[in-house]
Design a protein around this ligand. Structure first.
Ligand code: NDP
Length: 452
């Protein structure tokens, strides 16, 4: 993107200050840099935001809670892991954002995710602030009972900091229905109250239909709008998907429903390439493998007789569409170059920040339609917001009702991105559009509150 020298200087000065205040937090620097590159040119024209120091205030979390989680494994050994809740910004609603359990979790990772969540939640149009939390606990290979004890111990501290009008966590990597259930059950015992203080709950105790599918479905809906806006459609396209977790599996499901051919799936050990396409039947088998049997992606290759590429990501496979749905920084500049060479038409980020800044720039420079995470994966938190509404109203909407609302929300997000990201003789810059549209709502609320 062409930026004038004064703006470039302002961006550099802003980032130098942020890096000084947040030493070594590289993921957080990356997420903020990606946003300020588009917001500083905007605030230079809309000076009320600059004069009120909104960007400086918005990049400082309201608070970060750090605590120890002590738990006992099945052999009686004691462990002490670290957990966090980053309550980033509640200007437009109670804090909302997932919990992640993974050995790579650090304060920097949670700050990047919490910051992105503020803008994403704003884009949904629902009254939700932004937060993120989790632990460096590694659940791989742990028994159900060990996971349960960890979740119980975590909630013993977390319960003080959450509440339906305060902060409503949800799932994220390695935090699915099982973990949310253990966490919710413990909250209920500790507080002696049944309230919608977590989302992603089981259907028997306040969960919403379509929540499990929402992020993956939403990413495909967003892709559908990007393609239709540029005169084409999902039907008949080939797609490369990474991951085989919650987001990836339901992204594949919706792609298959809309008539695309899904060629790949992965986990942290490698990827499978199925040139015949992952069909509905094969996907059912994969969902059972991942959700119930907790198996590895390699087993798909063994079962259906296709290639497994150990330790590799799927971006070398020629496809029209790409959906990175595993984790941050999984699409590198080298991958983007290969994808463009192979004729990729559009990328929708199912995961959070899966494309590095260089890879994203490369896509935009080569006119690849690029749906950034803030917009493309906002369907998950949007249906979490709908789960909160249903809990407050003490009703349950039908699958059709929730899906209809999700579809409308994704369409609205697409329109907001077009409003702020349309360019002359170039495809829409969805990255800029999402950043500005998300920013404006939060910034206006902060301006209205005065200096607090
Ligand atoms: P899951 O834990 O269900 O699945 C994660 C998938 O990504 C697994 O296949 C996992 O493989 C793989 N993966 C995780 N870490 C790595 C890594 N470091 N390298 C390679 N592969 C990895 O998580 P979700 O599907 O819920 O989340 C995936 C992404 O989507 C995350 O970025 C998350 O923040 C984002 N997201 C999730 C939402 C949701 O509603 N769940 C909402 C919005 C965004 P393995 O099993 O081998 O670890």
């Amino acid at each position: 993107m062409e930026t004038n020298p004064a703006i470039k200087k302002e961006i550099s000065a802003f980032m130098a200050g942020l890096k000084k205040r947040n030493k070594g937090e590289t993921e957080f620097h990356q997420a903020v840099h990606e946003v300020v590159e588009t917001i500083i040119p905007f605030t230079a024209e809309h000076t009320k935001y600059r004069d009120a120091y909104i960007l400086e205030r918005m990049t400082e979390p309201d608070r970060i809670i750090t605590f120890r989680v002590t738990w006992e494994d099945d052999a009686g050994a004691i462990h002490a892991d670290r957990a966090w809740r980053v309550q980033f910004n509640n200007s437009i609603g109670p804090y909302k954002g997932g919990l992640r359990f993974h050995p790579t979790v650090t304060q920097s990772v949670l700050k990047f995710l919490g910051f992105e969540q503020v803008l994403k939640n704003s884009l949904t149009g629902l009254p939700m602030g932004g937060a993120k939390g989790g632990s460096n606990f590694n659940p791989k290979g742990r028994s159900d009972r060990e996971i349960m004890r960890f979740c119980q111990s975590m909630m013993i501290e977390l319960h003080r900091h959450i509440g339906e009008d305060v902060d409503v966590p949800a799932g994220d990597i390695n935090v699915g229905a099982r973990e949310i259930s253990y966490l919710f059950g413990t909250y209920k015992r500790l507080e002696n109250r049944f309230a919608g203080i977590l989302t992603g709950k089981g259907l028997a105790f306040g969960g919403s239909l379509v929540r499990k599918e929402a992020t993956g479905y939403g990413a495909v809906y967003f892709m559908k709008h990007m393609l239709e806006h540029s005169g084409t459609e999902v039907k008949g396209k080939t797609a490369a998907v990474s991951g085989s977790g919650n987001v990836a599996l339901y992204c594949m499901e919706k792609l298959i429903q809309l008539g695309a051919k899904v060629l790949t799936a992965s986990d942290s050990s490698g990827f499978i390439h199925d040139p015949d396409g992952i069909t509905r039947e094969k996907l059912d088998w994969l969902i059972d493998l991942k959700e119930n049997r907790r198996g590895r992606i390699q087993e798909y290759a063994e079962k259906f007789g296709c290639d497994f590429h150990q330790g590799k990501t799927p971006w070398g496979v020629k496809a029209d569409l790409a959906f990175p749905c595993a984790t941050q920084n999984e699409v590198l500049i080298e991958d983007a170059q290969v994808m463009v060479k192979n004729g990729i038409k559009a990328v929708a980020e199912g995961a959070n920040m899966p494309c590095t800044a260089e890879a994203t720039d490369y896509f935009l420079e080569h006119d690849v339609l690029f749906g950034p995470a803030k917009a493309a994966n906002a369907g998950g938190v949007a249906v979490s917001g709908l789960e909160q509404s249903q809990n407050q109203l003490r009703i349950s909407w039908s699958r059709e009702e929730v899906d209809k609302r999700l579809t409308t929300i994704m369409e609205d997000i697409h329109s907001k991105c077009v409003r702020y990201g349309a360019r002359k003789d170039k495809p829409v810059d969805y990255r800029a559009g999402a950043n500005i549209a998300g920013f404006v709502k939060v910034a206006d609320a902060m301006l209205a509150y005065g200096v607090v």
